[in-house]
Design a protein. Sequence first.
Length: 71
Amino acid sequence: MTTTSRECLRDAGCSDVFIESYLARAATGDDETCLQLLRLHRCELVCALHEAQRPIDVVDWIIRDLEASHE
């Protein structure tokens, strides 16, 4: 079974609006715009990743602080 572009984009966390826009441009061969859209989405994902990482870093700091106080 082949994975479609729509499935890949959905798996990548793209919205339905993004997917339709991307597919419409891909259908016309507008690869440059497709690349711009994908790069923008990647940037948004990286920003979200960094935001999600912050609370983890704080918890790690608290854990290290507690462990150090029990040494």
